[in-house]
Design a protein around this ligand. Structure first.
Ligand SMILES: *Cc1c(COP(=O)(O)O)cnc(C)c1O
Ligand SMILES: [Zn+2]
Length: 400
């Protein structure tokens, strides 16, 4: 069995207690008694997906699922050559049901909400969390309320939240303010909060680590590189790798490398100062709206994941993000949204800095699909060529 345990003071809460942080203010994590878990339930052959790893997931009821997870791990020979690295893979989380890794967390989170008898689910979101909560809310037939920062959410994400029937509120403020508001709303109305402060949601996201290790024959790469916003995913993936190692399934954990945008980098600054806490950024700004977050709630978990694993944190500019988005799209055929491309932009920088060596194996996590943010893709591409409907004009355009 498992408990909810405070990462600061160790205090434990029962699995069915609706609580998001400890009385001391610390973050909670789900702690299993690993002696109870038969490693062969994890390593048994089968189709990759979140619920393959049920024995390490904190849900007993039938899950609310849309067959999330099982995303491709692509070897990237072109980028290996371009960046000068031996072994590079991209785990494309854009291939989930709504097009982001948030689905892994929400299938677990919404299943847990039903198990706990909750009547309404809610979140604040830079976009993808709202899309994901909306579809699992629809699938579970439970109302979903989402708070979005006005004018700062990519088009595809809003379309999903609206079409799947969530109650969508556009807040005149940034993500950090929306999160504060939804926390108060959940507290006063008894709605179930499904931001990544909720430790159950992160349990679903840790299956990224399981799938990476399984796809590599139960070996772990030297480094995992991913974008960091609210810092839940890096914490979750690290926890997954830790559990595999503690179960004796794998030998080690990868170095966890978190990438932030230049205009929104509290974790990078804390890492540079070897600090354990962040100083929030009041006015975060970046083209990568999914990581436009100035006060990441999971900062402490993320920083200990980075320190414990011997990892690193760096920032990249919007130009570098957009260049890597184009490289992934045009050199490898992998379409990702800007935040996801921060992983590859960050890898390039870490190679240049000598933090990652050319003979290491690296997995970049591309967190969301290109179609999430069509406006940015169009704004950074040449426009279609307008052509008269004659074969001469078509040929001139093709060869011209
Ligand atoms: C949510 C999200 C992130 C950031 O993940 P955190 O867990 O908040 O650090 C990065 N990229 C995309 C596409 C996302 O949707
Ligand atoms: Zn505590």
């Amino acid at each position: 069995m498992y408990v909810q345990r405070c990462i600061e003071c160790g205090r434990e809460y029962a699995p069915d207690e609706v609580v998001y942080t400890c009385e001391c203010g610390g973050l909670l994590e789900i702690a299993y008694n690993l002696d109870d878990i038969d490693p062969s339930t994890i390593t048994a052959p089968g189709r990759l997906c979140v619920w393959k790893y049920r024995s390490l997931l904190p849900v007993r009821r039938e899950p609310i699922t849309l067959l999330e997870g099982g995303t491709p791990l692509y070897r990237c020979n072109e980028l290996e050559r371009e960046l000068g690295i031996r072994e590079l893979y991209v785990k494309h989380e854009g291939m989930n049901p709504t097009g982001s890794f948030k689905d892994r967390g929400m299938t677990v989170g919404v299943s847990k909400a039903l198990e706990l008898g909750m009547k309404v689910v809610a979140c604040a979101s830079t976009g993808n969390t709202s899309a994901s909560l909306a579809i699992y809310g629809a699938r579970a037939n439970i109302p979903a309320v989402v708070l979005l920062p006005s004018g700062k959410v990519a088009l595809g994400k809003v379309a999903q939240a609206l079409m799947h029937g969530a109650k969508v509120l556009s807040i005149q403020g940034n993500f950090d303010e929306a999160l504060e508001l939804v926390r108060q709303l959940c507290e006063s109305e008894g709605f179930y909060l499904l931001n990544s402060v909720n430790p159950y949601r992160l349990e679903g996201q840790k299956t990224i680590a399981f799938e990476v290790a399984e796809a590599l024959g139960w070996h772990v790469p030297d480094c995992v590189v991913l974008p960091v916003g609210n810092a839940g995913n890096i914490s979750a993936i690290y926890k997954g790798f830790r559990e595999l190692r503690d179960l004796g399934i794998t030998e080690s954990v990868p170095k966890m490398c978190g990438i932030q945008a230049e205009g929104s980098k509290p974790i990078v600054e804390a890492f540079a100062a070897r600090a354990l806490e962040i100083a929030p950024e009041p006015t975060p700004e970046t083209v990568a709206t999914a990581i436009r977050i100035g006060n990441p709630v999971n900062a402490k978990k993320a920083l200990s994941a980075i320190y414990e694993s011997g990892g690193y944190a760096v920032d990249v500019s919007d130009e570098q993000i957009l260049a890597s988005q184009r490289a992934l799209a045009q050199r490898e055929g992998i379409g990702v949204e800007p935040a996801s491309a921060a992983s590859v932009a960050g890898l390039k920088k870490l190679l240049d800095m000598g933090v990652i060596q050319e003979d290491e194996s690296v997995v970049c996590i591309t967190t969301g699909h290109l179609l999430k943010d069509p406006e940015t893709a169009i704004a950074n591409s040449p426009p279609p060529i307008e052509v008269d409907a004659t074969i001469e004009a078509v040929k001139r355009a093709v060869f011209g």
